[in-house]
Design a protein around this ligand. Sequence first.
Ligand code: 6PG
Length: 246
Amino acid sequence: MDSVKETLVFDEKEALVAYTIEIWKRVCATSIAERGRMTVALSGGRTPVDLYSSLAQEGEGFSWEKTHIFLVDERFVPHDDEDSNFRMIKETLLTAVTAPKENIHPVDTSLPGPDEAAEAYEKEIIRHFRLGPGQFPRFDLVLLGLGEDGHTASLFPGSAVLQEKSHPVRVVRLDNKLHDRITLTLPAINNAHHIVFHVEGAHKAEMLRKVAEVKDPDLPASLINPAEGDLLFLADRPAAGLLLKQ
Ligand code: 6PG
């Protein structure tokens, strides 16, 4: 896929999902041809549920035995907790595909605390990507959502983690959030080959305009800007309702 930074708008959710699946297949084929495997980082939340379920039902075009799945972020809750991103991804996608257990890389929230979980997750990323000091993972594909406050991953407005320059993974502690979180940092996300935002609903329209068009620097999602990769916003018509160019 050539380097792109654009927004695509879909009238039907099914078309948006189908387009994303085609991206996944293309990235999968390229990644495996070039690197012998595909490494993807998936977000939680509600938006991607249908996409993950559709991925699970797709037959051809995947090499699950060569596909490694990480999480963009996680809440520090047990994997069977209703707020667990891993639980949602497992229930919608992982139980239905043939990716071997060793290809699935959740955040280990059974550890004593979020600091230990973040440290272990970072070590797993370093191991998987064979990173040296100061190096960042290069995910083949990162799927992101957009919060109504402009957050993405667990990178929230005003968070000190937005300034992180040396660690791929950090803990996020926010007073008004129910759970501590573990998140990929901006340099870890921005080092990806392909980054795709999936945004749905009129309630996201103002934020999508501020992020995709205005690039408001106070909004963490605006700071997603791959150094040598693609950035794509895939939006349904309601979410794109305030965009100038549609
Ligand atoms: C999470 C996600 C988060 C999500 C946005 C959008 O842990 O909740 O990683 O960044 O993508 O909050 O969430 P919705 O898709 O539910 O609107």
